[in-house]
Design a protein around this ligand. Sequence first.
Ligand code: GLN
Length: 251
Amino acid sequence: MTTIAATANLHAPFEVASSEKPTVGVLAVQGNFEAHARAFQKAGARAVLVRKAAELDGLDGLAMPGGESTTMLRFLERDGFIEVLREFLSVTPCFATCAGCILLAREVLSPAQASLGLLDIAVERNAYGRQIDSTILTQRTELPGGPLEMVFIRAPRITRTGTGVEVLARRDGSPTLVRQGHLVAATFHPEMTADLRVQGFFLDLVRAHRSAKKRPSRKDATRAGRGIPLHSKLESTRALARIARRLVAAD
Ligand code: GLN
C-alpha cells in the first residue's frame, strides 16, 4: 500500500483572499498547455498562454505543463527567457506537471539536464519505463476529498526531496505531488482528468500569495511612493531645498 508522509501545515493553509479571479499563465512553448488552460478556467481562474518573457507581466501564477522537457528547455534558453522565468518563479506561485516538474527541479538525472533549479527535489526522467508503460492509478493524497485519479505518462520519479518540501502523494513510496512554499509539482497529469482538486489547491495558494502581497509590511510602510526608500527621498528633498536656496540667493 502507498504510504503518505505527514504534512504538518497543509490543513491550515491559506487565508481568504480577494474574490477577483486570479490570472494563471500557462507556459505554451510545447506540450499539454491547452488542457491546462481549460482546467484552470474550469477551476475558477483566468488562463492565458505564455510564449515569451514579456507575457509573464501581471500574472498571479504560472503553470508549466507536461510534454518534452528537453524541447521546452531549448526554447527557454533562447533570448534569456530562462533567466527571466527563474527570477519570476523565485517569488511567484508555480504549478508544474511532469516535464514542467523536471524544469523546476534542482537536480535532473537520467540523463542529466539543466533546469530552473528552484524546487528542492531530484528527479529521474522516464523512470517508470517507456510510453507503453504509461498508466492511470487511483491513489490516496493529502488533499481532502478521497483518492485521486492520476495519469502517468513517461513520468519522472522524484528521488530526493529537500527539508522544505511537503509530500502530498506517493506512488510505490516515491513522491508524486509535492509543495515547497509557493511551488507545487506533480509527476502525473491532473489536467487530463475531470477532478480539479489539484488546480483548486494551487489556486488557493495563488490567492493567498496575492493577498499577502497586497498587504504592505511595516518595512514597506516606511517607504514612500514608487519603491524609493524614505531616506533617499529625504536626501533628494534636501538636495532640492539646497538648489532652491542657491537659486534664491543668486537672484
Ligand atoms: N519524459 C518527459 C521528459 O522527460 C516528460 C513526460 C511528460 O511530461 N509526460 O521531459
